[in-house]
Design a protein around this ligand. Structure first.
Ligand SMILES: Nc1nc2c(ncn2[C@@H]2O[C@H](COP(=O)(O)OP(=O)(O)O)[C@@H](O)[C@H]2O)c(=O)[nH]1
Ligand SMILES: [Mg+2]
Length: 249
């Protein structure tokens, strides 16, 4: 379904973002469209199983100033009850069903969030009274009804690294794996350097993420014939590890 359609039909919107890269996986245009619609929205930071508690707290206090913010891990079944409460509280609708729309870039976990929140209540329904005929809804219990197809935010031309970090494109299909790997290194160094160091058995002293990439490549023995580091191979390894959820921020 189109983003704009979801915004139009919903009473409340969830912007589903990746907890590891909240700023990069939020979308300011979409948030502007939501603001114009005057509908409430909740920022849902999914995949929080891949993020440390400290990072969660920092992000929460920062983003709460923009909108109600809930951390979930659909994988670990964490946070879904909190999200249900937040939906009921934020929507502020009494006496009728609440239509919830979810929005986000591909692979942030929009479908997982719908299924995770609906859980055992899950039941598909078709038209409900007072709403557009044919609108497919997922009944999640306690008056919460999800619009069953999420609104997918399209990638822009310069969003290749977001496609990399969200695992929409695997490492070998990226034009610039080195750039994407450097982004991941930068992020890890800022948020949880010890995790990066212990995963690749290195001690990182360099400030420059390219130097760190080379260090990891050397330690992993990714060398070309003459002994210099194969930085593309190192980058692909880092992106693969990230996409498999092996690196925790
Ligand atoms: N580690 C982790 N992976 C998740 C979580 N939720 C979803 N995923 C994974 O993220 C990928 C995209 O999920 P999906 O719900 O299809 O995303 P959508 O494209 O936004 O609908 C899938 O491989 C899921 O298994 C989570 O809480 N933790
Ligand atoms: Mg989906």
């Amino acid at each position: 379904m189109m983003l704009k359609e979801v915004i139009k039909k919903a009473d409340i919107l969830l912007e589903v973002v990746d907890a590891r890269f909240p700023d990069e996986t939020r979308n300011s245009e979409v948030e502007r469209d939501i603001a114009r619609s005057k509908k409430p929205f909740i920022i849902v930071l999914n995949k929080c199983d891949l993020v440390s508690k400290e990072t969660i707290e920092k992000t929460r206090s920062r983003l709460s100033q923009i909108a109600p913010t809930v951390f979930v891990s659909i994988k670990d079944r964490f946070g879904t009850t909190m999200l249900r409460h937040k939906i009921l509280e934020t929507a502020g609708i009494k006496g009728r069903d609440i239509l919830v729309g979810s929005l986000g870039y591909p692979n942030t976990g929009k479908s997982s969030v719908i299924n995770g929140v609906a859980g055992k209540h899950k039941a598909s329904t078709s038209p409900i009274s007072g709403h557009t005929k044919g609108l497919q809804l997922v009944n999640a219990g306690s008056r919460i009804m999800f619009i069953d197809t999420p609104g997918v935010i399209p990638f822009g031309e310069n969003d290749e690294y977001i496609q990399g970090i969200l695992a929409v494109k695997d490492a070998t299909h990226l034009q610039d794996p080195i750039g994407v790997a450097m982004k991941i290194i930068e992020k890890m160094c800022a948020e949880n350097k010890p995790a990066l160091e212990s995963f690749y058995h290195v001690t990182i002293e360099a400030q420059d993420s390219y130097d760190t990439l080379i260090l990891i490549g050397r330690q992993s023995n990714f060398l070309r014939k003459k002994g210099e580091v194969d930085e593309t191979r190192a980058a692909i390894k880092i992106i693969n590890d990230w996409q498999k959820g092996l690196l925790m921020i």
